[in-house]
Design a protein around this ligand. Structure first.
Ligand SMILES: Nc1nc2ncn(CCNC(CO)CO)c2c(=O)[nH]1
Length: 270
């Protein structure tokens, strides 16, 4: 239903669907109209695929992604990544919302993901478990370089250029399954484990993307400070997450647009 063949996939996290607004020649398809595609059940995840171009780069935006806590299998959660690999995507830009574990972070920061901890994966909830499909990648893939150094460096350059380096960070993202937000004891454990932020998504997609040879950049919007102290009264909620996403969506859209226009040039040069 489209002649567009995107080179870049942007996975939009909670409340970040408007990242697609910067694209031209848009063609939109609802997940529910695509055979075998899961549908979004979470507020802030529109459930649409938007094909389009940014400058001369063909892209596809997932306005909403899928989560273990929705009851989807990891095969369903990561199905779109393999589909886009097959239609020619080379680079995946994943975005999501997360809570800050690192006390130096602030609400509204944009964390460039330099590495992740796949807690569900440690317990066998892993998209690559089962027979390996050699058409996509090897049985035992290396994951130590999951997040492209070049794209992380490019993100810092773009951030400096548009004047938002004050709220750009780099850190380790930890995925938990959800749907509850962590207990204080769990949050303290994550701090000890070296996590800088925590969320309930994107690690399965990153793992499958790396397995099949795609370049990956992860940007995680810090929407709240995780409670590490029993005396603190604040209680995190999804509405607060969506509110901060709305506040930062415009600058994130500008960053993503500039990154897409440059990252393809980078891949041509390398
Ligand atoms: N403590 C904590 N704060 C957070 N802020 C955003 N997220 C990402 C989870 N997002 C969910 C609920 O908003 C929707 O997918 C989290 C999280 O997992 N834990």
């Amino acid at each position: 239903h489209t002649s567009q063949r995107p080179k870049v996939l942007v996975i939009c996290g909670s409340g970040l669907g408007l990242l697609a607004d910067g694209a031209a020649n848009k063609q939109t398809f609802r997940y529910q109209d695509i055979p075998n595609f899961p549908v979004s059940t979470v507020e802030g995840h529109e459930g649409c695929l938007v094909f389009g171009t940014i400058e001369n780069t063909s892209c596809v935006f997932m306005q909403g992604h899928f989560h273990l806590y929705e009851g989807y299998s990891l095969c369903q959660v990561t199905f779109p990544v393999r589909i886009f690999k097959l239609i020619g995507v080379e680079t995946v830009l994943v975005t999501n919302a997360s809570g800050a574990i690192c006390p130096d972070f602030k609400v509204g920061d944009i964390m460039i993901i330099k590495d992740h901890i796949n807690l569900p994966g440690f317990a066998g909830q892993h998209p690559l478990c089962g027979p390996n499909d050699e058409r996509f990648g090897i049985r035992f893939p290396c994951m130590s370089d999951a997040y492209s150094k070049d794209l992380r460096r490019l993100t810092w350059d773009v951030g400096n250029e548009i004047g938002c380096s004050d709220f750009i960070r780099e850190g380790v993202y930890c995925m938990v399954s959800g749907p509850n937000f962590e207990t204080i004891a769990e949050a303290r454990m994550l701090l000890i484990l070296g996590c800088d932020s925590v969320g309930m998504s994107i690690v399965p997609e990153v793992t499958v993307a790396k397995h099949c040879g795609l370049r990956v950049l992860g940007l995680s919007l810090i929407t709240n400070m995780v409670s590490l102290d029993y005396s603190r009264e604040e209680k995190v909620n999804h509405e607060e997450v969506l509110q901060i996403s709305k506040m930062r969506a415009e600058v994130l859209q500008k960053m993503v647009t500039m990154l897409i226009s440059r990252c393809q040039q980078q891949s041509i040069n390398t």
